[in-house]
Design a protein around this ligand. Sequence first.
Ligand code: ADP
Ligand code: TYD
Length: 205
Amino acid sequence: MFITFEGIDFCGKSTQVELLKNYFEKKGKTVKVIREPGGTEISEKIRDILLDKKNNKMFMETELLLFSASRAQLVREKINPFIEEGAIVISDRFHDSSTAYQGYGRGLPIDSVLNVHKLAIGNTIPDITFIIDIPVSIAVKRKAEKTHQELDRIEVSSNDFYEKVRNGYLSIAKEENRFRVVDGTKSIEEIHNIIINYIEEFEQR
Ligand code: ADP
Ligand code: TYD
């Protein structure tokens, strides 16, 4: 099984990824957790370029291709072999992040973004994608707890950008059955239970 988590920055993805990993491990399953961008030696180097605030001259096309290059490596080096070994793979962000951030957020044509995905990920499409949805105002409150130094090149983006990204996620959620939008304003425990219930339902199909 390949499960991905999506949503705007500070929506609570990493918190839920960790809880889900523990849940599967308690059941004796082999779980591999991956983060995007990154996850392989080459992908981590690309991550550094992408998130470095000094790279403020980066064009959106370059940004899409770098995220996709990092992902192309991760899919072939880690995700596909893990799935073949029978592990449950959980990824904190995947190709939908590029659709939402570079497509809907930056404004690249969505069909071009989807074409790049075809090359980068091929048939490695997640079985389930949880979109943890929070209003931008809540993300802003959570972001305020961080210092500017702790924020990366993308996290310093405007609220207007984040509104577009959030709306992008809500639009793509309607397009494929693998999406499950979860209300991220609920408590950490409540969200975890919604996720577990959905996975149990999925496993019984
Ligand atoms: P992301 O990985 O999406 O950026 P995190 O899991 O790191 O988000 O969470 C961002 C911040 O919000 C953290 O301080 C975390 O403790 C907090 N948080 C996560 N989930 C919730 C929740 N459901 N309610 C309130 N705060 C939360
Ligand atoms: P990440 O370090 O996962 O941030 P967080 O832990 O807050 O989710 O992701 C780095 C940033 O990169 C984040 O702001 C989202 C952005 N991003 C894109 O713009 N496009 C992408 O394809 C991916 C994977 C991430």
